[in-house]
Design a protein around this ligand. Structure first.
Ligand code: BMA
Length: 328
């Protein structure tokens, strides 16, 4: 049976920071159109690094590092794009690089950045490695168009790297898991979660939000979903739990979204009614979560919560299994 949740309960899972939006185009020294959808990581010294998507006034995006001691304010921006598109050497990036998701790979002692390479053939999933967010090694396109919303898992499973990704199929798009022996060759794809269709908030396209979070109950996945309406598209954020050993198995899938467009900076902008996350950081206690997200494809905002609270909520708000065969 559907369990009712009050608006207040819901907002307690992820609470908007009072200084939202925490970064906007005005924070850049030159004219840019919009800054949004940052990847996020906490560096070893505790600094929060956001790899922001910065869209210029041609419409082309690059990735730009912003660093802050507390992850909230006093952001220090790189003086030029940290990771610009490189169409000369990588023609698949001709229309920009977008929506970075960052995962630390302990085995390689490097960060893996999956991002959207916007090619003439459409958006593709590309991968780069870095140790310091200064020098980057581009490994190239891993998943050809149309594909987006990819994040690696932080270690190998039975010798294989795993990557969540989202091939697009018209108005629909489902979450898949691919494996690779070497980070270059990807295959053995398994379907993880499909849109719920009909009137559901996650009826149309779904894709991973920030990278998976390892917990003792499973991999917590924040995911985004869009729903087509007569007035356009609504983008919201929900939560699901994937099996620890077999992350292609969805154990729980929250019935309701946990963050949806509500404030002006989420409702009004280049693409209205969008909250879209690519990155989070986790506090020293291992439970506090800082979810960085784009508002209306225009600014960067922060919502904070507790991983344990989201996991507890999933126990009582997951009446529908995410397994593909059970959702139609
Ligand atoms: C998705 C991605 C995001 C964007 C969202 C809303 O498909 O392209 O970068 O924030 O649409 O426009």
């Amino acid at each position: 049976m559907m369990k009712m949740t009050s608006r207040d309960d819901r907002s307690m899972l992820l609470q908007r920071h009072p200084s939202n939006p925490i970064l906007t185009a005005h924070d850049w020294l030159h004219t840019v159109n919009a800054v949004f959808n940052p990847g996020a990581v906490r560096l070893q010294d505790g600094t929060t690094l956001l790899l922001c998507r910065v869209e210029d006034r041609r419409g082309i995006s690059s990735l730009w590092a912003a660093r802050s001691r507390n992850g909230i304010d006093n952001w220090v921006l790189d003086s030029e794009p940290t990771f610009p598109s490189d169409p000369v050497n990588h023609p698949d990036e001709i229309w920009g690089v977008e929506d970075a998701r960052i995962v630390w790979l302990d085995e390689l002692r490097k960060y893996a950045i999956t991002y959207t390479a916007f090619s003439r053939a459409g958006p593709a999933v590309a991968l780069a490695l870095t140790e310091d967010f200064i020098r980057f090694e581009r490994l190239g396109v891993m998943m050809p168009p149309e594909n987006k919303d990819a994040a690696l898992l932080p270690f190998r499973f039975d010798g294989k790297w795993l990557m969540i990704h989202r091939p697009q199929n018209g108005l629909a798009g489902s979450i898949w898991l691919a494996e690779s022996p070497d980070l270059h060759h990807w295959g053995k794809n398994r379907l993880v979660m499909t849109p719920r269709r009909g009137a559901w908030w996650d009826a149309n396209r779904i894709g991973i939000g920030s990278p998976l979070i390892r917990t003792n109950r499973g991999w917590l996945m924040l995911y985004h979903a869009n729903r087509q309406t007569g007035a356009g598209c609504l983008y919201r954020i929900g939560a699901a739990l994937l099996d620890l050993e077999h992350p292609d198995r969805c154990l729980k899938r929250g019935d309701e979204w946990i963050l949806g467009p509500r404030e002006d900076y989420e409702r009004l902008g280049d693409v209205g009614d969008v909250v879209f996350t690519c990155g989070h950081t986790i506090g020293d206690d291992g439970d506090e979560i800082n979810v960085y997200y784009g508002g209306a494809d225009t600014c960067i905002a922060l919502a904070q919560g507790r991983i344990s609270a989201i996991l507890d909520w999933l126990e009582t708000h997951s009446s529908v299994s995410g397994r593909p065969e059970a959702v139609s």
